[in-house]
Design a protein around this ligand. Structure first.
Ligand code: T6T
Length: 351
């Protein structure tokens, strides 16, 4: 465990350094936001039209997920700062056919810009293209469409993709687990689906870490459909089959939550190590109770805020500083730093 602590301290430091370097500099804006135009107009100004209040839509990934609740909060805070009217909605389940009518409704509402977490990298191209064709700037967060290369890839109309470096996050998590296993033993991966770019990248990042250790066996990869009960059942089956399982990478909030429940009910807390990708309060409680050993917090609020800033920049003609791809940093939380202000600030909000 000592090794894990030392390693994680290094990771945390680099995560914070990364945060300092990679956080996009707030883009200078040229137009005054509507909320700031409160001074009484002079006679000469009285005839000029008031500044337009923009409406920006956020169509998040799925309802009831603390990650997206936190993203919406960050977006709302930035919208309030810029005088933007933010409208947010998302599907009741992770499904492109449920998300598509929500996008179409935003187009019908004639929103000024659209921020979306596409539920499928291919199926969501056409709905987002409809928004773009209607003159609505499109930004994607957390996920991408096409191959994610909006500069010269298969789809280039979105202005930007703002997301975590998921491959790197998966690698960080599994390197830490493997160090704690003294470089040998059995590891199991759970992620949401095989068709979600974020989780596929985390799985691949974890596999890349495993590849560096010939004595580490990957006993399996399961897809949880982002359901904690499914993840619990899958983990129980793996615990039955591999009595000497050493570690689990829970590649998203519900996958990790389900894995933790299974390990707890099998009485294996602290024996089977768990890394949770995502930082809801439950994961923090499990960390403190020795069920989970490491929590990789993404920064959904920063993702949401950056997207709203970019939407505003696009609408006010300040496009020069918009980056096609923004990678937001992680905060790695362990029992050693969980009570620090940085770690506490990184915990997701659930309402
Ligand atoms: O891990 C996040 C998100 O990044 C991922 O794309 C889907 O799952 C979450 O929303 C957590 O449930």
């Amino acid at each position: 465990m000592k090794k894990l602590v030392v390693f994680l301290s290094l990771v945390l430091v680099s995560a914070f350094i990364l945060a300092a370097c990679a956080t996009p500099t707030p883009v200078a804006t040229t137009a005054a936001p509507a909320s700031e135009t409160t001074a009484a107009p002079t006679t000469a100004e009285a005839t000029t039209a008031p500044a337009k209040q923009y409406t920006v839509a956020l169509v998040y990934g799925v309802q009831g997920d603390a990650f997206y609740i936190t993203m919406q909060k960050g977006a709302q805070e930035k919208a309030d700062e810029l005088g933007i009217n933010l409208v947010a909605d998302g599907p009741s389940k992770w499904d492109a056919s449920v998300q598509t009518p929500i996008i179409d409704a935003m187009i019908a509402k004639k929103v000024d810009a659209l921020i979306a977490v596409p539920n499928d990298p291919n199926a969501m191209i056409a709905p987002l293209q409809r928004a773009y064709d209607a003159g609505i700037p499109v930004i994607t967060t957390d996920q991408y469409i096409g191959d994610g290369n909006y500069t010269d890839g298969s789809v280039t109309f979105p202005l930007s993709v703002i997301a975590s470096d998921n491959f790197e996050g998966g690698k960080i998590a599994c390197e830490a687990l493997i160090k704690d296993m003294d470089g040998k033993g059995k590891l199991y991966i759970l992620v949401s689906t095989a068709n979600v770019p974020s989780d596929v990248a985390r799985r691949d990042g974890c596999k890349a870490a495993i590849d560096e250790y010939p004595d580490v066996e990957l006993v399996g990869v399961d897809y949880t459909e982002s359901s904690a009960p499914i993840a619990t059942n899958q983990t129980q089956a793996v615990l039955q089959k591999y009595k000497d399982l050493n570690a689990i990478f829970g590649g998203n909030l519900f996958s990790a939550q389900g894995a933790a429940a299974a390990v707890k009910s099998a009485g294996l807390s602290g024996v089977v190590k768990i890394a949770s990708f995502d930082a809801p309060q439950q994961a923090i409680d499990d960390l403190k109770n020795n069920v989970i050993d490491m929590v990789i917090a993404q920064q959904p609020a920063l993702i949401g805020a950056t997207a709203v800033q970019y939407a505003y920049d696009a609408l006010t003609g300040n496009t020069s500083e918009i980056e096609k791809k923004v990678s937001t940093p992680f905060v790695v939380i362990t029992r050693d730093n969980v009570d620090t202000p940085e770690a506490q600030a990184a915990i997701y909000k659930s309402n």
